[in-house]
Design a protein around this ligand. Structure first.
Ligand code: SAH
Length: 250
């Protein structure tokens, strides 16, 4: 439930980062923004960077302390650019997406981001149950604030989509776009043998070996009925049956 997730930005200095964060959130379907003592808000720059996510800024809740922003949350994850030697469990971005999504099915959760220069203080981290560190290259671990929000919002959205059917696997619009049946594939393989024989392709080659390789290839590709028809059309054409009405392709 993305509605149960709040993104909390603590003491943000650059209003542009607030705008980028709002945009990153809305792009990923998260809309509840809390701002703890922002340096400069509302601001033109924030609105400009938010682009079509200005509604996220308009509805943002501005509070004085982090504790106020976390009221009612049963899970609080604090983000950090540095791995810290602390007692809290630390997770990466992917795991963060998973635990926030799982918890948000039942409860309110917060994901907290720190200041541009100094991140979150130890007192602020004390209010978090889990620390999140986005994996980076070794040379530079500190992401821009808006980009850190983007990465984690994306991971939360992806975690929430787990288990949903992938769009490309949904019902085909056209009956010819269903996978070819076994007998249709066998028809195509027989056609291959005929066509390759007609073309004297086999020569000294071993037809069984060639056909086994083609079966492997099409076994991986899993052609649809339409694709199988096109392939057979090509074989017919190569065999010289050029008078055949060409397949209408779309
Ligand atoms: N110099 C600060 C970096 C602050 S970057 C420090 O060392 O802590 C501003 C904020 O962006 C951080 O407080 C955190 O909320 C987020 N952030 C930046 N890089 C991150 C990373 N690799 N993993 C998780 N959060 C990150």
């Amino acid at each position: 439930m993305l509605d149960n997730i709040r993104i909390v930005l603590v003491n943000t200095h650059h209003p542009g980062n607030i705008g980028s964060a709002a945009r990153a959130m809305k792009n990923m379907g998260i809309t509840r923004l809390y701002l703890v003592d922002p340096k400069n808000f509302p601001s033109f720059e924030a609105s400009q960077r938010a682009s079509s996510a200005s509604d996220v800024l308009t509805n943002a809740v501005v509070v004085d302390t982090l504790a106020e922003a976390l009221t009612g949350c049963s899970l609080v994850c604090g983000t950090t650019a540095r791995l810290r030697s602390v007692k809290w469990p630390q997770v990466d971005g992917r795991e963060c997406g998973e635990i926030i999504h799982a918890e948000s099915e039942q409860h309110e959760v917060a994901l907290v981001f720190g200041r541009e220069r100094s991140g979150l203080s130890n007192d602020e981290l004390e209010l978090c149950q889990t620390l999140v560190n986005i994996t980076t290259g070794e040379a530079y671990s500190s992401l821009n604030l808006g980009q850190a929000v983007q990465v984690l919002a994306y991971e939360i959205l992806m975690a929430s989509r787990q288990g949903e059917p992938i769009e490309t696997q949904s019902e085909p619009k056209d009956e010819k776009d269903v996978l070819a049946t076994n007998d249709q594939l066998e028809g195509m393989y027989n056609h291959y043998v005929d066509a390759l024989t007609d073309m004297n392709f086999f020569g000294k080659r071993n037809p069984e070996h060639i056909m086994r390789k083609l079966r492997c290839l099409y076994g991986r590709a899993r052609p649809t009925q339409r694709e199988t028809q096109i392939l057979r059309g090509i074989l017919s054409y190569a065999q010289g049956r050029r008078t055949q009405t060409p397949e209408k392709e779309d």
